[in-house]
Design a protein around this ligand. Structure first.
Ligand code: ADP
Ligand code: MG
Length: 240
């Protein structure tokens, strides 16, 4: 479904990605893990067309989307819940959700909203509340839900566990697992590698802009070398 070949990316003259290859099959939940500054967000910004200075190829369902605009990539079926969530704090929960569907035909919007309220009952309860007044966990759910409003085939998640209490992390990760089980493919970027690997099918370990390892989630999870060399231990999570 998604095929990234030889992706290189730059910020000015500084190269952040040095030729990475990633594949994701339809319905898979793939995680991209690695420490801070490894290039995880840069990879997602490249897929969604937000970062222009790059080379290599990004194919989605056989189509080369490498040079599509962000809006066209969203229309093609790829939506991102960005790092730091980027909730509109002065807009209500419902208004935030409606923003996620801006590429959709108007008549499908109410249906998409109802779907989201079914998946996230807490957001229905808080639909009239300003985004900025939600708890961290609720804001993360809103960011994911807003991305789903576009009814993507592939959902990209950038560090959904960031800044959340352990119990909320578990809640958010089971939601991600459910979203994937319901048919949406997921590329999950995380520093919390133990949690990410516990719900993923496969994982890629990114280290200073290069793919260091690509394995099934189970084998990465049991590999002590991975733990010590690339991930600095699993102290930040204990899995579901
Ligand atoms: N806006 C930016 N300008 C310059 N350098 C950046 C910018 N964003 C990220 N970088 C650099 O690119 C590298 C990869 O960053 P990033 O993809 O954000 O890492 P990660 O998401 O894995 O923590 C880092 O060295 C980082 O400092
Ligand atoms: Mg990042």
């Amino acid at each position: 479904m998604l095929e990234i070949r030889g992706l290189r990316a730059w910020y000015g003259n500084v190269q952040a990605l040095h030729g990475i290859d990633i594949n994701l099959k339809k319905r898979e939940l793939v995680t991209l893990i690695g420490s801070n500054g490894a290039g995880k967000s840069t990879t997602l910004k490249s897929i969604t067309g937000l970062l222009k200075k790059r080379s290599g190829h990004i194919l989605f369902e056989g189509e080369d989307i490498s040079f599509y605009s962000p809006a066209r990539i969203l229309q093609a079926g790829i939506a991102l819940a960005p790092e730091g969530r980027w909730i509109f704090s002065d807009l209500t929960v419902e208004e935030n959700l409606r923003m996620g569907a801006f590429t959709r035909p108007r008549d499908s919007l109410e249906g998409a909203l109802e779907e989201q309220f079914e998946l996230f009952p807490i957001l229905k309860e808080r639909r009239g509340q300003k985004g900025g007044t939600l708890s961290g966990g609720e804001q993360q759910m809103l960011a994911i839900s807003r991305a789903l409003m576009a009814r993507p085939k592939l959902l990209l998640l950038d560090e959904p566990s960031l800044g959340l209490a352990p119990m909320m992390v578990r809640t958010v990760f089971s939601l991600i697992k459910n979203i994937n089980a319901a048919g949406t493919s997921v590329l999950l970027v995380e520093q919390n590698s133990a949690m990410a690997l516990s719900i993923a099918d496969r994982g890629y370990v990114l280290s200073t802009g290069r793919i260091a390892l690509a394995e099934t989630a189970a084998s990465l999870l049991s590999d002590t070398k991975v733990r010590e060399v690339y991930l600095g231990g699993y102290a930040n999570g204990d899995g579901i």
